[in-house]
Design a protein around this ligand. Sequence first.
Ligand code: DC
Length: 218
Amino acid sequence: MADRIFRIAIDGPSGAGKSTIAKAVARRLGIDYIDTGAMYRAIGLKMLSRGLAMEDSQALLDMLAETEIDFAGGRVILDGQAVDSLIRTPEVSKAASDCSALAPVRSKLVELQRKMGKTKSVIMDGRDIGTNVLTDAEYKYFLTASPEERALRRYKEMQEKGQESDYDKVLAQIIERDHNDSTRALNPLRKAEDAEEIDSTHMTIDQVVDYICSQVTL
Ligand code: DC
């Protein structure tokens, strides 16, 4: 482990492989991985389970005031309960994308994320890490892949898990989420000026992990 603290920011669209790559880099470098998408998913899950409408701003503020999100042993903990297995459904994906456009949700989560990146070395992935959360991160990457390649990866993953899937539907959902995430008013998905773009369309996961690790000087 290094003596100095350093932060690695990875942004990019859904399905580019950010979390798989960030997890592997974290393991190899012995640093913490923070999955900021999981935090938006946890809020989306809580809104869905409470039947909270996106427009009900007072109820949203009340709910956020009594919400705790943390990571323990690589799992996301919502109000004391590990929710990993509940936040990967298409319904929660949509709720996460919708609630991530709301100012009170973003300010709460961004504050938490900044705190997490202050005291220890971390790799954090999301949409606005390089542009907003950790603007002074020592290493910044913007990870992309073509929508067709990302849809194919997701489709294969679902097939391997024995889940029913339809390539055209998966592709349409990816295009819709890209649009949502990059056109919202608040901290839209965008490459930071000082981030390096990595197009993983024709790269394996290991190649991307090797590349990032080779750049980090401990
Ligand atoms: O990376 P993901 O698919 O788990 O993210 C879920 C949603 O959260 C995604 O639609 C965009 C949003 N998000 C965000 O707005 N900012 C982040 N830093 C991370 C995710």
